[in-house]
Design a binder for this molecule. Structure first.
Ligand code: NCD
Ligand code: ZN
Length: 456
């Protein structure tokens, strides 16, 4: 690269890093409260080093009328790696869907086979992700009473705690065991995501035959009591509540300054959206009234994070009788496209989506990404809001081969850059430049930041 005068001015070293640009992306984005034309200068290491109107000194790629947006971070995926013989997903297939769905970082849950509750198992899982992951990965460790949390905390990206049984989770801590566990997790200073349902409130006497029954078996009340117990926990806990389904619980968590997430299925689907076990998920899909209230809270920017809870059970498993079928649905490729389509339809402000999908999840796990800002990772998407696609399982890349969003509209990123290198072009995966395993790089934000512009 022959630096122009302009680039030379920018090439002064900062913190030992060269500021010379390797690539300039030009397009439109949402910046400072409005749509603007911008140029983003990216260095050789894949960090955003310049934001301006006419940058020079590196090859320039102009995306025209399309938008340049930060890649999203998904705090909740189940890639089943390592898994059972019958599990259809692994790090390669899961991160391919993530790349195509606009996610630059996915946080993988520890309810694998075996469960990630020892250092050896964590290392073994790292080895499986290394070289296979096509986007960046953060690994959760399981917070259980017997686990050696200090050792795990030095290597894991975050902890996950299950308060109720779910896929591959049978035993859960209660009472004094739970109090002790929360205090031990708080002492490690690592973020903690919690599956918050209280099984004492489940109605096991109901034999479920469909999603409305499942909603009665595991009611909102179970979520409420679990969240209440967590909020009585130690104040130093970097708490994040997974898959919140109810707007009043969301309001309570917000008032307490806790982080939490909602999934696209709880925001867009209700217990009446589909019959059959493909719509069986934990926590259950709720009534249409509750779903609408959750969606409205999301649109107002009151739900800090969006997360997929991608749980890819095979079609065969989902064809079992309802009570025996496993809970969970795939969503990692469709999460952002579904929500970008809501933006295009005028139902959801773009900055609200970017805050929930990109900025706040990255902050919670202490990662410098999720905004078009100097020093941030150049994980970027090119999105053309004029190009809509009808979602169909046969066109997706999930080995499980089905989606609960068949026939829905999606806007898929046309290009995806991971650390400044293009991995998706024309909606197709074009290159494995390699994801890395990441951990928090700065103190995770406990309180969810309020909606704000995505770039200074
Ligand atoms: C998840 C799975 O299958 O791993 N299932 C689900 O219904 N969400 C586990 C979980 O998050 O509860
Ligand atoms: Zn989950």
């Amino acid at each position: 690269m022959t630096p122009s005068r302009h680039a030379t001015r920018r090439s002064s070293s900062e913190g030992g890093r060269s500021r010379e640009l390797a690539l300039i992306l030009a397009g439109r984005t949402w910046l400072g409260g409005k749509i603007r034309s911008i140029e983003i200068g990216i260095d050789e290491e894949g960090t955003i080093r310049a934001i301006g109107r006419s940058l020079r000194g590196a090859p320039r790629h102009d995306v025209g009328e399309s938008f340049l947006l930060p890649s999203a971070t998904d705090l909740h995926v189940h890639f089943r790696d390592p898994g059972r013989e019958s599990d259809v997903e692994d790090f390669a297939t899961g991160t391919l869907q993530a790349a195509l769905g606009g996610l630059g970082l996915v946080a993988d849950m520890p309810n694998t086979r075996p469960r990630v509750d020892t250092l050896d198992r964590l290392r073994a899982k790292e080895a499986r992700a290394q070289g296979r992951a096509l986007v960046d990965v953060l690994l959760y460790a399981a917070a259980t009473p017997r686990a050696s949390l200090d050792a795990l905390a030095r290597r894991a990206g975050a902890f996950k705690l299950y308060l109720s049984p779910t896929t591959d989770v049978d035993e859960v801590p209660t009472g004094a065991d739970l109090d002790r566990l929360l205090a031990r997790v708080a002492a490690t200073n690592l973020p903690l995501s919690v599956h918050a349902e209280d099984p004492a409130r489940f109605h096991q006497e109901i034999e479920p035959a469909n999603p409305p029954d499942w909603n009665r078996v595991r009611p909102v009340d179970a979520e409420r009591t679990a969240v209440d117990a967590l909020l009585r926990g130690p104040s130093g806990l970097r708490l994040h509540v997974a898959h919140v389904t109810d707007a009043t619980i969301a309001g309570r968590l917000r008032n307490e300054g806790a982080s939490f997430e909602a999934t696209p299925h709880h925001l867009l689907l209700s217990e009446r959206s589909g019959d059959g076990a493909k719509f069986k998920v934990n926590p259950p899909l709720r009534s249409e009234r509750r779903r609408r209230a959750l969606w409205e809270a999301f649109v107002r920017g009151e739900i800090p994070c969006l997360a997929s809870d991608h749980a890819p059970h095979s079609s065969e498993e989902k064809q079992r009788p309802f009570p025996l079928a496993p809970s969970g649905m795939p969503n990692v490729e469709t999460m952002l496209p579904l929500l970008l389509a809501r933006v295009r339809a005028g139902d959801l402000p773009l900055p609200i989506l970017l805050a929930a999908a990109c900025d706040r999840p990255a902050r919670w796990i202490g990662q410098p990404r999720g905004r078009i800002a100097l020093g941030h990772r150049a994980d970027l998407l090119v999105v053309d809001f004029r190009v809509r696609r009808t979602i169909a399982a046969r066109n997706l890349h999930a080995p499980c081969g089905w989606t609960a969003f068949e026939g829905w509209e999606g806007i898929f990123p046309r290009e995806h850059y991971l650390r400044g290198r293009r991995i998706v072009e024309g909606g197709e995966f074009v290159g494995g430049h390699g994801g890395i395993i990441v951990r928090p790089e700065f103190a995770p934000t406990r309180a969810p930041p309020q909606p704000r512009p995505i770039a200074e």
